[in-house]
Design a protein around this ligand. Structure first.
Ligand SMILES: CC(C)(COP(=O)(O)OP(=O)(O)OC[C@H]1O[C@@H](n2cnc3c(N)ncnc32)[C@H](O)[C@@H]1OP(=O)(O)O)[C@@H](O)C(=O)NCCC(=O)NCCS
Length: 276
């Protein structure tokens, strides 16, 4: 079966229709309707940076898409393009197409002024990315946190503004939160033992996703004080989430504050980066 790579502006308007391909590659899971279009918007996916693998010759039709490499950008990422998914239908794997998709994605990113390309990868595909010249920058966790009934914690209230000078305990790309529809996100503020905290949350199906937790910087905190503040803030967020599961993402795997929390690792991923 011959496979062609197609990409660029001609994909505009086509990408949102790839949801069934995405589910065939990564599994349908417990996804909410419209999840793929929401992902494309949030992660700033640009058609001109994307490449599709299509069976047969041009012109391509949606039904013949068998794989893709999607890239997005955000001002906070500077000259780095960020992967929003790379994969092939199972029957097409193991014949060099993944490598071709990566090379095409990197060439497109370079042609549009990017100096680095990053993909998030779980431990097994991370080895594959390493074989394609990527290096692991850091390890990130998706944590499911349980509320603790008796533990003291701050109460969170709705807020509007960002902290002027914030130290983030963890943060997804800030644009991902800002690109979430206003009706599905909230910014909260809390005060605890003379410190101020702010959290950026979004609703993901039944779950509450804490995309970012900020701490006010003054006065400077010692490491253990900072860890305790974050733990208290997270417990307050779990109470705020109530019956809904509270998920934190992306937490640095090295963070010591998670040691004192009742939490489960839902996913472990590496940020894999290649310089163009
Ligand atoms: C990861 C993926 C894109 C690789 O594409 P591919 O076309 O199968 O890979 P290639 O044919 O270019 O390379 C194959 C080589 O990579 C290795 N490889 C493939 N998947 C691997 C994995 N998950 N871990 C480690 N090695 C892997 C193969 O063993 C093979 O090695 P060999 O050449 O020494 O035999 C593809 O397997 C896929 O779609 N997987 C599911 C989705 C996914 O995991 N995406 C990446 C994370 S977002």
């Amino acid at each position: 079966m011959s496979v062609t790579l197609v990409g660029g502006e001609r994909l505009a308007g086509e990408l949102a229709a790839l949801a069934p391909v995405a589910e065939a590659i990564f599994g349908a899971g417990q996804r909410t309707p419209g999840w793929f279009a929401r992902k494309l918007r949030r992660e700033g996916v640009e058609a001109r940076l994307c490449t599709l693998a299509v069976t047969g010759d041009a012109p391509f039709t949606r039904e013949r898409v068998v794989g893709y490499a999607l890239l997005g950008r955000a001002a906070s990422l500077g000259d780095r393009a960020r992967g929003a998914g790379l994969g092939l239908l199972p029957a097409l794997r193991g014949r060099g197409l993944g490598r071709q998709l990566i090379e095409a994605a990197c060439a497109r990113a370079r042609a549009h002024g990017c100096a680095h390309v990053e993909f998030l990868a779980e431990p097994s595909p991370a080895r594959w990315y390493a074989d394609q010249g990527f290096v692991a920058l850091r390890e990130e966790l998706t944590l499911l946190v349980e509320a603790e009934a008796d533990a003291p914690h701050p109460s969170w209230a709705t807020s509007e503004d960002d902290l002027p000078e914030a130290d983030a305990a963890w943060s997804w790309i800030p644009e991902c939160w800002r690109r979430t529809p206003a009706s599905e996100r909230e910014c909260l503020v809390a005060h605890w033992r003379g410190q101020q905290l702010r959290a950026w949350l979004s609703r993901e199906g039944r779950a509450v996703l804490a995309q970012r937790l900020e701490l006010s910087c003054a006065p400077a905190l010692r490491d253990h004080e900072r860890d305790e503040l974050i733990r208290a803030g997270v417990l307050g967020l779990a109470a705020h989430a109530g019956e809904r599961p509270l998920v934190l993402y992306p937490c640095p795997a090295s963070a010591r504050w998670r040691e004192g929390l009742a939490s489960a690792v839902l996913q472990r991923a590496f940020v894999m980066s290649r310089t163009l």
